[in-house]
Design a protein around this ligand. Structure first.
Ligand code: C6P
Length: 391
């Protein structure tokens, strides 16, 4: 039985063309790019091309910076801790604004900064599951707010935040704006010309690049204390020998992600909607958030009376990979903060499954997955006293 992968918000398959582009940089062109000899300098053209592809992919200008990082967790840590050191620790500002539904790498870094004395405000989401301009206006203050950090799209619900409006409000108040665009790149347009972000983070493995490499965009002229001190790599902004093969792979993956945006919007969305219709045809199911407000690949569905973990287990045994939410929180027993912030009841939260597609998903897979999900729901409800009692 072929397995069906519907957990693309956790990670994606590396596009075979990306893998192929990376290969020469392991055993042939393996020089350190900072070396002065030919082994070092011969990798420069590929690095320049990769960097050009990243710039073009997000619409960055020549004077902006993009730092190659090890992942989005690193990029997000860099922004939050950097701004803390630059503006909060010794003033002149005191507060960082973020949301109640950020990825743990933002939420937990903010908690760490609180332990150092920063004031962090976790803004609530509205009925649509996002922080809107009105809410930001309530909390932002030009004298106190050092940074606003709001994700571009949520990893669990797929809901898209009004980042353009939020960025404009930050500009009006002369406050720095950061967006974690991990779940947006390759799914919806991400353009730093249209959205006034100062910092933006992404991770290659979410758009068919390799794991362990990401990017941090820094708007031109902005200072940001490094997270990793050492050599002069990345213009002194991030020390450490650049992971050349992964950087090359990320560059190509970015270009392909942008080239495939129209396909994502049309074909992936059509498959997502097909799966969603099939799920909603099962009695007592619901999906969180309106379709048009979500990234085109994501469904967060709830199956009344079925524990999420039980369903993941059953789906897995029948060849379908999905998740109960964020992969890195899959072992946590804490209530899911995103669901809590959205006022999703405990019952709903415990019965939720995230299905996330990619441009590699096929119609045949979606139809097979729909049949597996339907049978799984029937099987598990037949032994669920919670479900029977709810009837
Ligand atoms: N979310 C998920 O299952 P890394 O692991 O550093 O490449 O990416 C971290 C990250 C940061 N921000 C957002 C919005 C994310 O979705 C993720 C990764 C995965 O939802 C794994 S926890």
């Amino acid at each position: 039985m072929d397995r069906i992968y519907l957990d693309n918000n956790a990670t994606t398959i590396v596009d075979p063309r990306v893998k192929e582009a990376m290969e020469p940089f392991f055993c042939q062109q393996y020089g350190n790019p900072n070396s002065l000899h030919g082994f070092g300098t011969e990798v420069h053209p590929a690095m320049r091309l990769a960097m050009d592809r990243l710039y073009a992919g997000i619409g960055a200008g020549n004077a902006d910076d993009i730092i190659v990082t090890s992942c989005a967790c690193e990029g997000n840590n860099h922004v939050l801790k950097g701004v803390y050191f630059d503006l909060v620790r010794s003033g002149p500002k005191s507060e960082i604004l973020t949301t109640q539904v950020e990825h743990p790498c933002v939420r937990n870094t903010c908690a760490f900064l609180e332990s150092l004395g920063a004031k962090v405000i976790y803004m609530p989401v509205n009925a649509d599951g996002v922080v809107d301009g009105e809410t930001l206006r309530r909390f932002i203050h030009p004298d106190r707010t050092a940074l606003v950090s709001v994700m571009w799209a949520n990893n669990e619900t797929g809901l898209i935040f009004p980042v353009r409006e939020l960025g404009e409000i930050c500009r009006e108040n002369s406050v720095l704006f950061h967006s974690d665009a991990v779940q947006a790149i390759g799914k919806i347009p991400v353009d730093v010309n249209r959205v006034p972000v100062d910092f933006l983070t992404f991770s290659a493995h979410k758009f068919h690049g390799p794991k362990g490499v990401g990017g941090l965009f820094i708007r031109k002229g902005l200072k940001l204390t490094p997270l990793i001190h050492g050599g002069e790599q990345m213009g002194g902004r991030r020390a450490g020998t650049v992971n050349v093969p992964y950087f090359v792979g990320m560059g190509l993956a970015m270009e392909m992600a942008v080239d495939n945006l129209a396909y994502e919007d049309r074909a992936v969305r059509r498959l997502r909607d097909r799966l969603e219709d099939a799920i909603l045809a099962i009695p007592d199911t619901l999906v969180v958030g309106e379709r048009e407000r979500r990234t085109p690949n994501t469904i967060l569905a709830s199956f009344r009376g079925i524990e999420g973990e039980a369903m993941i287990w059953d789906l897995n045994a029948n060849g379908v990979a999905a998740s109960t939410g964020s992969a890195c929180a899959s072992e946590s027993l804490e209530p899911n903060p995103t669901f809590a912030a959205m006022c999703i009841s405990d019952e709903l939260a415990h019965t939720s499954i995230r299905f996330s597609l990619s441009r590699f998903s096929t119609e045949e897979e979606i139809d097979q997955a729909a049949a597996v999900i339907r049978r799984s729901a029937q099987r598990l409800r037949a032994i669920s006293s919670t479900y029977k009692n709810s009837k």
